[in-house]
Design a protein around this ligand. Structure first.
Ligand code: GP9
Length: 406
């Protein structure tokens, strides 16, 4: 009903307010190249196996970039597509199923649409079937000018599910170079996809006694993808593209599913076995690279995939109130809400399954306070509002009302 719609609009308008203007419009007229990496989790970053770095190229690029090391994935039933959905819209994944299917009839104020108003051309790239996760429908809805899917590529090398990352990046780069600037290129990788069994194609990487295990195979696949990412980034640097582009790179979701948690815990040396022990390893790297390696460093703000879109809105001066996440540069009060109703603020993780609060630093249980209880309610409220907004196609309604009142 109208009353709830207004309530949501008021809430979103409030939520959109920031307390500063750090990096506001820093992306003016610059290209945006956003790379979503399949199953890239943070625990492989800066880590060695048998004396060799798992991700030497990302580790090298991290040093020249702004690295967010407390960034969590927030995907639900739509997995990879949920990561895309959040990163381009800052709306929550569906409570069950995939938003990319369920809400493809909705109107959105997505990143490509907003950038279009600033004169940007936009393209999405993914070397797999166009209809998978309903991408062909959703990319149109999100306002991408062009989708390079499986049919747009020469499938000259296949690994696992489809086109190899190596060939994918090479062919995508050719296209990107032909784009009129400024542009937004959104690339979604594929090779490091579960179950990581194409080990004969990932190249040599010695995983020692992890050879033949699920974890060992994952490390080989992500080592392969790291190499391709390195070549792509090096190329962008070499040909000068980086001088006029902001690069955003992040992992989409877990690689190690919960039924392999023992392998994960043993690899990272986790001794706990509760909700928090699992959760603390569900981070994905977020890396931002600015021209001339500016602003490099580490940012440890507690954050998640819902936050990248509001951050980009600030960086590219894009206006929309319809976003539930929070700008990483200008909002100190953090709230990372998971689809289960679990959440994190700067200090505490609340698990909706164990109904317990854990101190983020120590892992110790903490008692509920009034302030925490409020945040717990706020987390549920955000999920409810996002669901209602999507169920009733409210962005369309709000936009039409605005037009009428002009
Ligand atoms: C395939 C791919 C896989 O197009 O993006 O998605 P996932 O199975 O990881 O959700």
């Amino acid at each position: 009903d109208d009353e709830k719609a207004n309530e949501i609009k008021t809430y979103l308008t409030e939520n959109t307010k920031t307390s500063g203007s750090k990096f506001k419009n820093i992306g003016k007229d610059k290209n945006l190249i956003m790379i979503q990496v399949e199953a890239l989790q943070s625990f492989v970053i800066n880590k060695k196996v048998e004396g060799e770095e798992i991700t030497p190229n990302l580790n090298r690029w991290l040093k020249k970039s702004l690295y967010f090391d407390n960034y969590y994935y927030q995907v639900a039933g739509g997995n990879t597509s949920d990561a895309e959905f959040m990163s381009n819209n800052s709306l929550y994944p569906a409570s069950s199923g995939a938003a990319y299917y369920i809400y493809s009839g909705d109107e959105f104020n997505s990143l490509p649409k907003l950038l279009d108003k600033k004169g940007y051309y936009s393209a999405a790239f993914h070397g797999y079937k166009e209809g998978f996760w309903n991408r062909n429908a959703m990319y149109v809805k999100e306002g991408f000018d062009k989708f390079y899917g499986e049919k747009s590529f020469n499938l000259d090398e296949q690994i696992g599910l489809g086109l190899s990352d190596e060939s994918f990046f090479k062919q995508s780069l050719e296209q990107i170079k032909s784009f009129k600037e400024p542009y937004y290129s959104f690339l979604v990788t594929l090779t490091s996809h579960f179950p990581f069994e194409a080990t004969d194609k990932y190249g040599d990487f010695n995983v020692g006694n992890l050879e033949g295990t699920f974890m060992g195979n994952y490390l080989k696949s992500i080592h392969y993808t790291d190499k391709q990412l390195g070549m792509f980034l090096d190329q962008l640097e070499k040909d000068g593209t980086m001088d006029n582009s902001i690069i955003v790179l992040y992992g989409d979701h877990f690689a190690i599913p919960r039924n392999h948690s023992e392998e994960l815990f043993s690899f990272v040396g986790e001794t706990g076995n509760d909700e928090f022990a699992w959760m603390r390893h569900q981070k994905v790297p977020l890396i931002m690279h600015f021209p001339k390696d500016a602003h490099k460093g580490v940012n440890s703000v507690v954050s998640g995939q819902m936050d990248i879109f509001p951050t980009l809105c600030n960086m590219f001066d894009l206006k929309t109130p319809y976003k539930f996440g929070r700008d990483l540069f200008n909002v100190k009060d953090r709230l990372v809400v998971f689809r289960t109703g679990s959440f994190m603020d700067n200090k505490v993780f609340y698990s909706s399954s164990s109904k317990k609060y854990y101190d983020l630093k120590t892992g110790e249980e903490v008692a509920e306070t009034d302030a925490l209880k409020k945040k717990k309610e706020e987390a549920l409220k955000q999920l409810d509002y996002s669901d209602t907004l999507l169920d009733h196609n409210l962005i369309k309604k709000f936009t039409e009302n605005n037009e009428m009142s002009k």
